[in-house]
Design a protein around this ligand. Structure first.
Ligand code: HMG
Ligand code: MG
Length: 303
């Protein structure tokens, strides 16, 4: 275990994708574009701007192509998008991506409910997408969902997660993001999983993606940093959730991660004030308060 905390971490802002995909309210394309442009100016280095899945499966992001065409590209930001298959990749390349995020689950049942395929049926699809995206010069991240618990099957073994991780690396991904899709994990589970994964992969190859259903995500991020992990996914205000994982709440809020890191002298490169402004913007568009405690505090200061 590495007990020393890092000097800096990297955040991928997934609000425009993971955040909005679960929203009943359709955010107008022009508002998404304005919001992503605001996020681009916060100092964040990667934004997952939308998802090229089937529009019937995720109607909230059915305008991915238009969003991709209209956003202003900041030279320091990698713009990535979620891609399930070759059709999604084709649309994403047309719309413009720097990074392709492929995804599957460590749990058979969640994989089937989420992408309508068994794990064995998913592998050849992802192998082709990863190879094509790499030959188009794109960065490729492989998401693995339900790495601790599945809403249908319960506990998932770390060996199963390692197995999927090894396969995605064999296919050519640049990094892997491990998802606590339904936000059940506590630091002890993080420790058990990372002890298994880090036997094979160095910490810089692993990103942690925590949903904050039970308020454990910050504790899990702290535990991950003790193991040398310095890359985390988070979403503005704590928006988010997987529509095919019942009960899953939003990602850990970027606002709360920034507060934690900056108070501890860990650099993120992100301007907290600009991030709050982008949070107020989307909060207003959605017409509801977002879960982030830090954002709630900032909102109360305004009134
Ligand atoms: P399917 O119905 O099995 O697809 O869905 P298919 O390959 O049989 O094709 C059926 C029709 O869909 C065909 O059209 C295809 O062309 C079309 P037809 O010939 O009937 O006219 N089609 C598409 N159209 C547009 N875009 C596409 C596309 N693909 C096929 N990309 C599919 C399979 C994967 C498409 C579907 O199950 C799907 O879209 N699932 C996405 C579910 C999703 O987005 N879930 C949330 C994201 S994952 C997540 O949140 C977890 C994560 O955050 C990490 C964590 O938290 O753990 C990443
Ligand atoms: Mg997620």
């Amino acid at each position: 275990m590495i007990s020393q905390l890092p000097d800096s971490i990297q955040i991928k802002e997934v609000g425009p994708r993971d955040g909005l995909q679960n929203e009943k309210e359709f955010v107008r394309t022009e508002d998404k574009v304005r919001w992503i442009n605001m996020l681009s100016k916060t100092g964040v280095k990667e934004i997952e701007y939308s998802s090229f899945v089937h529009p019937k499966w995720v109607p909230a992001l059915s305008d991915a192509r238009e969003v991709g065409r209209r956003i202003e590209r900041h030279p320091d930001v990698r713009y990535s998008a979620l891609i399930p298959n070759m059709k999604g990749l084709e649309f994403a390349l047309e719309a413009g991506i720097d990074g392709a995020s492929v995804f599957m689950s460590a749990s058979e049942t969640h994989n089937k409910k989420n992408i309508n395929k068994t794990i064995d049926e998913t592998y050849p699809v992802l192998r082709e997408v990863i190879a094509e995206a790499k030959s188009a010069g794109k960065h490729v991240t492989g998401y693995i969902s339900t790495v601790f618990d599945c809403p249908y099957e319960g506990a998932i073994s770390p060996e199963k997660v390692l197995d999927v991780c090894e396969t995605l690396y064999e296919f050519g991904v640049d990094d892997v993001s491990l998802g606590d899709t339904i936000g059940t994990a506590v630091p002890l589970q993080v420790e058990t999983l990372l002890q298994t994964i880090l036997r094979t992969f160095p910490p810089h190859k692993i990103i942690m993606h925590y949903h904050d259903t039970r308020g454990m995500a910050i504790a899990n991020i702290m535990k991950s940093m003790e193991y040398g992990i310095t890359r985390f996914d988070s979403s503005v205000g704590g928006l988010g959730g997987c529509p095919y994982a019942p009960g899953a709440a939003g990602n850990i809020a970027t606002n709360d991660v920034l507060y934690l890191m900056h108070q501890m002298g860990i650099q993120t490169g992100i301007d907290e004030q600009k991030l709050q402004e982008a949070s107020f913007f989307i909060q207003k568009k959605l017409g509801k308060e977002l879960p982030s405690k830090n954002l709630a505090y900032a909102t109360a200061q305004l009134s």
